[in-house]
Design a protein around this ligand. Structure first.
Ligand SMILES: Nc1ncnc2c1ncn2[C@@H]1O[C@H](COP(=O)(O)OP(=O)(O)OP(=O)(O)O)[C@@H](O)[C@H]1O
Ligand SMILES: [Mg+2]
Length: 232
């Protein structure tokens, strides 16, 4: 579904070149629940940006649902991203002047759906994440865990192929982090959406069926045991 082959990313800062990703191969299948760990600066966010069609690799191929995205222009890419990818960030990235309902609805507004339909879908997904009683609250009227629930609703409202979460529990206390993880796990199962979670937290990683590590520009996937334990 998401298929990276031999992805390289080089950043150039003046005369200095840094090769952050050195030939990453990764297939994310429908319904996967995967964690990616790695030291700070190892390229996790860089990889997530490429997976999320926010950044282009220096070389390598990337196919989403069988389509080669390297040939798309920025407009095509935005529309494709809107359809296929949902994002969740550590700092929630909700718009402060919009309500929970309006924030959740944004991906559908960009698609140009009718208002009534937008509202119906946004409300339904907010109910699913346990925020049905907070539709008209603005972000500053919500707790951290509630904000992340709204962000997760926004990521899912457009029925994407994959949700990419960069440190989704990084700003939360451990109980709230656990609730957010249980929510992501439930939605992964119920909505059959692939979920890829970047995390520093081994507890978060342990909850995922697939686990990978970025080190020295390479992605190493933990095989066997871990996967079977998670799948059981
Ligand atoms: N736009 C950029 N220009 C130049 N260098 C960059 C750019 N973005 C990232 N880098 C460098 O690429 C490397 C990887 O950065 P990245 O943000 O992907 O790391 P990360 O694994 O997400 O780290 P963290 O765990 O701290 O979030 C770092 O050395 C960073 O300085
Ligand atoms: Mg990062």
């Amino acid at each position: 579904m998401l298929e990276l082959s031999d992805i390289r990313k080089v950043y150039r800062l003046g005369p200095v070149e840094v090769e952050v990703l050195r030939g990453i191969d990764l297939r994310v299948e429908a319904g996967d629940l995967m964690s990616i760990m790695g030291p700070s600066g190892s390229g996790k966010s860089t990889l997530m940006n490429i997976l999320g069609l926010l950044g282009r690799p220096t070389s390598g191929s990337y196919r989403v649902g069988g389509r080669d995205v390297s040939t798309m222009n920025d407009r095509e890419l935005s529309a494709f991203r809107n359809e296929h990818i949902g994002f969740v960030f550590q700092s929630f990235n909700l718009l402060g002047h919009l309500t929970a309902l309006e924030n959740t609805a944004l991906p559908l507004v960009y698609r140009g759906l009718a208002r009534r339909e937008v509202r119906r879908r946004a409300q339904a997904i907010l109910e699913k994440v346990g925020m049905g009683e907070r539709l008209d609250h603005r972000p500053d009227q919500l707790s951290g865990g509630q904000k992340q629930r709204v962000a997760i609703a926004r990521a899912l409202v457009g029925a994407p192929s994959a949700v990419l979460a960069d440190e989704p529990t990084g700003a939360l206390d451990s109980d709230t982090a656990d609730e957010v993880m249980q929510l992501l796990i439930r939605l992964n199962r119920e909505e059959q959406v692939a979920v890829v979670i970047i995390t520093h937290d081994p507890v978060v990683s342990m909850l995922c069926r697939r686990r990978a590590l970025i080190r020295d520009g390479a992605l190493l996937e933990d095989p066997g045991e871990a996967r079977e334990a998670g799948a059981a």
